[in-house]
Design a protein around this ligand. Structure first.
Ligand code: FAD
Ligand code: SF4
Length: 517
């Protein structure tokens, strides 16, 4: 063939740059369900299913347009890796040129480049148009800056794109006068709970997905997680329905409750669109435009809409810029020198700690947790315990249906584990169990007490919080962003600190040998 257009599992959009000038008569598309993509880190069954199902649906859509797809299916001609699959396809199809949209992972990019080089076929890499800020734009913004703060990047993009701005273009101001309405967005449900939360639209498995469920049960029986709840959008049309359902039924309450957690309510008012965005079934501009249209139609307050726009235009674009700018070495960051193993219960959900049991149990069941469960429950516990960041990273990459390395790694290594020393987060996100108690109902069902740091009912978050402050005192106690938090430690009666240290050490020893609280 003339061009072999490589379409990876997270590039499922017919408008992708690589498909732009495809000539169905002379070109082929290559897609490959490589075993390694599901096993290089253990992968949740629902994550494997989502990628494969969306890929097969996309293949069918391309074929319906008359495009020939060289598709390597896991159950027919399983290729061990993308590299082996591509090398085999090059031998068969003898393309003049390979065309690829920038992939979402350093490892995949390097592997495909290596195959092209070995086979001496030119590889053309095109920018991914599914981001509002290109990699080159991000690097230009970042060049010469002392710190790369989300807030500055977000304002820069809002101005550049004219999103939620008012006034003349050369002197535009944020709509409503403020850039950030976060202070209106940190509500908890209180004792009465969330009440009736509108159930999000789901997409029950069709024939393609059902076939894959059988295949995955047979090929990856030991992969973590279950498939019973699988109802994620697997086509662009479903992704659009999922977005519309969120905008209509949950956006208005998204802002105020975005940090709250509640047992048995995995989604609350969250959008459930991250996986669709990351697989490119949905464009971020479409999501932002839909939220702004809801605001203009008086269906949602500015605080909710700005909060949602900030997540997509701000955080999502920002972490991608950081991922590519920092390069593969970012994954080895470990400034806090954390070397403990990840407790076993992260893979089973079997623990006495009610918040972790609920959050991990939910991930095993749905492949989903919202950002506060990820940051302030599973992430916080690993940070306080001192788990090796690489292990934490492998867990997050495995367990969430929306996990793709460019978005997962900066969130985990930087935001949640502070392993990059503050490149991404200005301070470590650390708190006692009291934070979890305030934002959820988990502590009400727990045998531990979030107020206690020592004794039989001591909450492990609270013990480990004080121990964390103590262990990292010299790094943080004089830094302007953290000094206030560390001052509380200085005020603590030194007599209390000894028992806390001993309890923390005992906890670490217990968890390292498979204990579960
Ligand atoms: P909502 O809460 O409704 O938010 C709307 C959208 O904003 C999301 O769909 C997402 O695209 C975007 N968004 C929100 N927060 C972030 C963020 N911090 N970074 C980037 N985009 C964001 N998101 C992933 O897509 N994949 C990951 O692997 C991933 N790993 C994470 C790991 C940790 C430790 C943390 C703290 C966050 C992680 N996030 C990740 C970000 C966030 O938790 C998810 O995007 C969000 O929970 C997805 O659910 P939702 O679609 O219901 O999002
Ligand atoms: Fe989690 Fe501690 Fe609350 Fe138990 S008491 S649910 S361990 S924060």
């Amino acid at each position: 063939c003339r061009h072999l257009v490589l379409v990876l599992g997270d590039q499922l959009d017919a408008e992708a740059a690589a498909l732009r000038d495809l000539d169905p008569a002379r070109d082929r598309v290559w897609m490959c369900e490589a075993v390694e993509e599901s096993t290089h880190v253990p992968s949740h069954k629902a994550r494997i299913l989502l990628f494969l199902s969306a890929m097969r649906h996309f293949r069918d859509a391309l074929e319906a347009e008359g495009i020939r797809v060289h598709y390597r299916a896991l159950d027919v001609e399983a290729d061990p890796s993308l590299a082996a699959g591509l090398a085999a396809a090059i031998r068969i199809l003898r393309p003049e040129r390979l065309i690829l949209t920038e992939p979402g992972e350093h490892r995949v990019l390097a592997a495909l480049q290596c195959v092209a080089e070995t086979a001496a076929v030119p590889l053309e890499i095109r920018p991914d148009v599914h981001f509002i800020c290109s990699r080159a734009d991000f690097d230009r913004w970042a060049a010469g800056r002392k710190g790369l703060r989300l807030e500055h990047f977000y304002r820069h993009l809002r101005k550049r794109e004219g999103i939620l701005m008012e006034g003349p273009a050369d002197a535009a101001q944020p709509l409503g006068g403020q850039w950030n309405l976060d202070q209106e967005n940190r509500k908890a449900f209180g004792r009465q709970g969330p009440g009736m939360v509108p159930e999000p639209i789901g997409f029950p498995p069709d024939a393609i997905t059902r076939d894959l469920i059988a295949l995955i049960q047979q090929r990856f029986p030991n992969a973590p997680g279950t498939l019973e709840r699988f109802d994620w959008p697997v086509t662009a049309a479903q992704a659009r329905e999922a977005l519309d359902d969120f905008i209509r039924n949950r956006l208005a309450a998204f802002g105020p409750w975005q940090d709250a957690m509640w047992t048995g309510e995995p989604y609350l008012y969250h959008a459930r669109i991250s996986a669709a965005l990351n697989l490119k079934l949905l464009d971020p501009r479409t999501a932002i435009d839909a939220a702004i249209a809801a605001f203009e139609a008086n269906q949602a307050q500015l605080a909710s809409v700005e909060g949602f726009v900030r997540q997509i235009l701000g955080w999502r674009e920002y972490v991608r810029g950081i991922y590519w700018r920092e390069g593969p070495v970012y994954l080895d960051s470990n400034v806090l020198e954390a070397h403990r193993p990840l407790p076993n219960f992260y893979w089973t959900g079997k623990t006495d700690y009610a918040c972790l049991e609920a959050s991990i149990g939910q991930v095993l069941e749905y492949g989903y947790g919202h950002h506060i469960q990820r940051l302030m429950v599973t992430g916080l516990f690993a940070l306080l315990l001192g788990v090796e960041p690489r292990e934490v990273h492998a867990w997050y990459l495995a367990m969430f249906v929306d996990a793709v390395e460019w978005v997962e790694a900066p969130n985990v290594i930087g935001m949640s584990q502070f392993a990059d020393g503050g490149l991404l987060a200005s301070k470590p996100y650390v708190a006692t169990g009291q934070y979890i108690n305030r934002m959820s109902n988990y502590c009400r069902h727990c045998r531990y007490d979030p107020k206690e740091a020592v004794g039989e009912s001591a909450c492990p978050f609270t013990t480990l919080y004080w121990d964390f402050l103590d262990r990292h005192r010299s790094r943080f106690d004089s830094h302007p962003r953290t000094a206030l938090q560390w001052r509380n430690l200085a005020r603590m009666d030194p007599e209390r600190l000894g028992p806390i240290r001993r309890r923390a050490e005992a906890l670490r020893a217990e968890l390292a040998t498979g204990g579960s609280g």
